[in-house]
Design a protein around this ligand. Sequence first.
Ligand code: ZN
Length: 176
Amino acid sequence: MTIDRKFWLRSFSNNSFPDWPCPRCYKGILKPIENGFQYGETGDTQREFINSGGSLKNSDRTFHYSVLLHCGQCGEYVASGGQGFVYEYMERENDEIVLDVAGNPETDFTELFSPEFFYPPIPIFHIPPQCPKAVEKEIIASFKLFFSDPPASANYVRKVVDAILTEKDVTLVSAN
Ligand SMILES: [Zn+2]
């Protein structure tokens, strides 16, 4: 089983959502409901904007977002929230970087978002139906923390290994 790390770690814009899989049926792709995506500038950004006399740099702007997603296959709703930032990118035309009169790349800005959580947690990989319930429970717990706390998520993966060994009746012994 391979996991597409780029897919899971990439940020998204509010007009192009990743094909997040449904945690209930695994078959459906989650899509935002109409006007389901909302975001606003963080309190820090608003204060900085005032303190800077209204000349805050784009790179210093941060956001918080929420979105309600829906599965067209089984009807499940999934909530997600996270943070956003401004990304500066080089403009391209027909795969060529656009240059200004001085020969420098033309740049533009876009707002990008990174999830901190999904509820219910979305599956990072497919759990086979024959997976023992005790193991499945630990895997889903690791999915819950995947975006917000990767080390804690990895700790649940260790528990998954423990659960698998317990299922297979392997006795755990300390190395010391
Ligand atoms: Zn579904």
